[in-house]
Structures are given as C-alpha cells and as structure tokens.
Design a protein around this ligand. Structure first.
Ligand code: ZN
Length: 74
C-alpha cells in the first residue's frame, strides 16, 4: 500500500520578456527572437555561451545591417 501526502510545487513560469537591446518589456503573448549560442572552435568566443532576446523592432534593425537579408518564407 502506498500512502501519499500533498505537496506544493513552485515552478517558474515566463511572465514577460525584456528585449536585451532596447530594454522594452514584452508580454507573454508577444513574439520575440530568442538566441542561445555556444561558440566553438575557431573564434575568440570559444567555449562561451551567449543568449539573448530581441523584440521585433530590434530584430528588424539588426537585419537591416546585413549585407544579405535573411531568407523569408511562410
Ligand atoms: Zn527591442
């Protein structure tokens, strides 16, 4: 026979996202870009992990600096 007891579990739930570039707060319904990159061999960032979030406006500013624009699809 198993005897159970009630426990309370506290979990982290995303409430909002803050754009790393402009600092604006995005509510949980607003889409954003999440980047999580562990750099590897051949760069001076080897072994470092970088992660950040960007709002759509900052994303558009970033890709506006690209020589070759990102491919778009649906
Ligand atoms: Zn932003």
């Amino acid at each position: 026979m198993k005897i159970f007891k009630k426990i309370i579990v506290i979990k982290n739930k995303q409430d909002k996202v803050i754009c790393n570039c402009c600092g604006s707060e995005l509510d949980s319904r607003t889409d954003f870009l999440y980047v999580n990159k562990k750099w590897g061999y051949g760069t001076d960032l080897d072994g470092q992990r970088h992660s950040f979030d960007l709002c759509a406006d900052c994303y558009k500013k970033m890709i506006g600096k690209f020589k070759i624009p990102p491919e778009k699809g649906i």
